[in-house]
Design a protein around this ligand. Structure first.
Ligand SMILES: C[S@@+](CC[C@H](N)C(=O)[O-])C[C@H]1O[C@@H](n2cnc3c(N)ncnc32)[C@H](O)[C@@H]1O
Length: 180
């Protein structure tokens, strides 16, 4: 499965698909204490590079070696260092109790969420945003397994302090702090 994912995403990135810097990151990253940040499914690195420029020490993970190559080029061009890691998030285990900020944009791997929680330090911030089930109204062939249900992020992060939650048509966003 993971090899298929890598191949599928490599093809997209080779065809010129790019990930993007998300407004939600710009709006909320300041709520995290400056320190270490982890971005999962970082794509071509726009969010990770932004955080490095803002002063975070950043680890960023993606399965696509093509995306990671492009992300490294972006970091070099922008004059910052990001520890880009090419790995399968089905198996990747982030360092525990290590990060002030964890960022997950447009990637849903429910089995990863407990690991992301453990990766955060107490009072650390998670910014999580991805598509919900209404996305099938826009993209009929989207695999429903990768779509959030109504209120699901609130449920998944019920042990966190909620700083922001929204379901804006097909996009669900959660920003919260780890309490314990
Ligand atoms: C929709 S893109 C999102 C990219 C970026 N986070 C953004 O919001 O622009 C999904 C990303 O997840 C990565 N991905 C998919 N399956 C993965 C896996 N099993 N392990 C690590 N990364 C994976 C893809 O390579 C791709 O870069």
């Amino acid at each position: 499965m993971a090899l298929e994912d890598r191949e599928r995403w490599n093809q997209k990135y080779l065809a010129g698909w790019k990930s993007s810097l998300h407004k939600t990151l710009l709006d909320f990253y300041r709520f995290a204490p400056l320190g270490r940040a982890l971005e999962v499914a970082c794509g071509t690195g726009e969010n990770a590079v932004f955080l490095a420029k803002a002063g975070f020490v950043v680890d960023a993970v993606d399965i696509s070696d093509i995306a990671i190559q492009k992300a490294k080029e972006l970091a070099r061009k922008e004059g910052v260092y990001v520890n880009f890691i090419c790995a399968d998030l089905d198996h990747f285990v982030p360092e525990e109790n290590a990060y002030e900020l964890v960022v997950n944009f447009y990637y849903l791997n429910r089995s990863l969420i407990p690991k992301l929680k453990r990766a955060l330090k107490q009072e650390g911030l998670i910014i999580f945003e991805t598509y919900n089930e209404k996305h099938t109204l826009v993209k009929k062939d989207f695999n429903p397994e990768y779509l959030l249900k109504e209120g699901e992020l609130l449920q998944l992060f019920r042990d966190f302090e909620v700083l922001h939650y929204s379901e804006s048509f097909n996009i669900s966003t959660f920003v919260g702090k780890k309490l314990r």
